[in-house]
Design a protein around this ligand. Sequence first.
Ligand code: COA
Length: 165
Amino acid sequence: MTQVKILAQSAEPHPLTDLLNRAFGPGRLARTAERLREGNQRIAAYDRMAIDNDGALMGAISFWPVRVEQTAGLLLGPLAVHPDMQGQGVGQALMQDALAAIDEARFAFTVLVGDLPYYQKAEFSVAPRALQLPGPVDPQRLLLRGEAKLCAALSGMVRRAPELC
Ligand SMILES: CC(C)(COP(=O)(O)OP(=O)(O)OC[C@H]1O[C@@H](n2cnc3c(N)ncnc32)[C@H](O)[C@@H]1OP(=O)(O)O)[C@@H](O)C(=O)NCCC(=O)NCCS
């Protein structure tokens, strides 16, 4: 059976692009969350990658600095697992490993666009309706993780914050 290892490292650009294209298919760069990644920079310390026995890239996750008013946080994504390895716990392992490393004094919340049933295992819940992204998003898929009171009070536009890198 293929063994997968989680590493606290950034994937190389080419294998990463290949993985994202396979996992998401065409149109991934048109999604609203992409507007927060353009002109922004990943927080490399929170990059995680999953590799198989041969060192091939099987999964990856990244986080990007954002702000809501003066509150700094992170955008999670993309999270992608190679189609051959899906459903074997790799996605949750990548996410849990990275989330455990986040400095919550520096980044008070994590936001993403995704399916609640998957992300609630990592303590995400539906964001308050007052929170907005720079583009259309199904409010039931706008998810937030962080201290409950702080999350409930978040209101306004999520903006990219490359100055926080
Ligand atoms: C979504 C994704 C990252 C999950 O990674 P994974 O390694 O396959 O997931 P895990 O093995 O950790 O978890 C599997 C479990 O999550 C469930 N699951 C997977 N995707 C789900 C989804 N979108 N909604 C709800 N549950 C989901 C599976 O049914 C499985 O449930 P089980 O444990 O009860 O059997 C992966 O399928 C993927 O890369 N998909 C394509 C890209 C994508 O959609 N990324 C997320 C964008 S928000």
